[in-house]
Design a protein around this ligand. Structure first.
Ligand code: PLP
Length: 361
């Protein structure tokens, strides 16, 4: 068996301990004689898997009791529709456009009402987070929406927007569990699992109870109502059971590593190795304003697309995989999620140095 260092933005690297445990339990989950994949989602065993997963996530993120935790399907992208369908009362949402995922959410919401772009960093290809201290929040906005860590562009909010009393909705797909979070500052948070938590097919929604309403937009399908899933503890229909099981193992792994404060410290150390190198390199250059840099996704370029392509190719030959930047941005991007070990980042930087010595002028 040989594993590579996988810098993919998602689906992304998972902890080896988790994969090994899942492999051990594949044929016979704890004496059940079957895999979790084959197990009834109504069984006692699965109830305990999903129950434990929720309990561990609540503990890790310090989620208050007036918030529901839902394990749903449809990916993060389905939340772009579920949010307005369920939260629109005045049919007005204020969106801060910091990249493609925020833009997609904004476009989706505009199908159901008025979606205002109240700030944007499109003018500099989303290389920074706009000043969000005094935004023109609409008086009748049902919420203010952000994408907290911009997976494609590598920016992250260091301070949350001043929403002027409106509920904050955040897509935290690529930063969930990477650092401590104050859930009380949000009305709703959601994250696709495949970046920092588990396999694709699960999306985690954390929603304050008063936002789970009977009165949703007319025509909202049963499956797209938060209430449907909240009333049934995510077991209204068959949930993404195997995915939830793996998420649960990752929660346990994060707990064992010391929780979110410990993850943050480790992530900061890892990111510093790469950013410090980028800041002194004559060949490679980070593309993001320093104050807004993400701990999870690090885009960089040489400024020469042929050189970029050569780097990606040669890195791959060294077991450093998936370093090609997003197809809309070009260059490179190293995603260094929780499960990426320090050794992976060190090996990447060592290879970048070698490459620079060979090809830099
Ligand atoms: C990957 C990603 C998405 C899209 O997730 P899907 O599960 O593919 O729908 C949305 N938002 C962010 C921030 C992402 O990183």
């Amino acid at each position: 068996m040989s594993r590579v260092y996988n810098f993919s933005a998602g689906p992304a690297v998972l902890p080896e301990e988790v994969l090994r445990e899942a492999a051990d339990e594949m044929m016979d989950y704890r004496g059940s004689g079957m895999s979790v994949m084959e197990m009834s989602h109504r069984s006692k065993m699965f109830e305990s898997i999903i129950g434990q997963a929720e309990e561990d996530l609540r503990e890790l993120m310090n989620i208050p009791s007036n918030y529901k935790v839902l394990f749903l399907q449809g990916g993060a992208s389905q939340q772009f529709a579920m949010v307005p369908m369920n939260l629109f009362k005045n049919r007005v949402g204020d969106y801060i456009i910091t990249g493609q995922w925020a833009k997609k959410a904004w476009q989706e919401a505009s199908m159901y009402g008025t979606a205002n772009a109240i700030a944007s960093s499109a003018d500099k290809t989303f290389s920074y987070i706009p000043d969000v201290s005094d935004l023109p929040v609409s008086e009748n906005a049902d919420y203010v929406y952000i994408c907290e860590n911009n997976t494609i562009y590598g920016t992250k909010y260091k301070t949350l927007p001043n929403t002027k009393g409106k509920d904050l909705v955040a897509d935290i797909s690529s930063c969930i569990l990477s650092e401590p979070v104050d859930v009380t500052k949000y009305g709703l948070l959601f994250a696709g699992a495949q970046k920092n938590v588990g396999p694709a097919g699960v999306v985690i929604v954390i929603i304050r109870e008063d936002l789970i309403r009977d009165e949703v937009l007319p025509g909202t399908p049963t499956m797209l109502r938060y209430k449907t899933h909240a009333d049934n503890n995510s077991l209204y229909n068959t949930p993404p059971a195997y995915g939830i099981y793996i998420c649960g193992k990752v929660f346990q792994w994060v707990k064992k590593r010391g929780g979110l404060q410990a993850m943050k410290e480790y992530n900061e150390k890892k990111a510093a190795v790469l950013y410090d190198y980028l800041d002194q390199s004559c060949l490679f250059k980070g593309t993001v304003e320093k104050k807004d840099r993400s701990l999870m996704n690090v885009p960089f370029i040489t400024g020469d697309s042929d050189m970029d392509a050569l780097f990606v190719k040669e890195a791959k030959a060294q077991g450093l995989e998936n370093l090609k930047g997003h197809r809309t941005v070009g260059g490179m991007r190293a995603s260094i999620y929780n499960a990426m070990p320090m050794e992976g980042v060190e090996k990447l930087v060592a290879f970048m140095k070698e490459f620079e010595e060979k090809h830099g002028k």
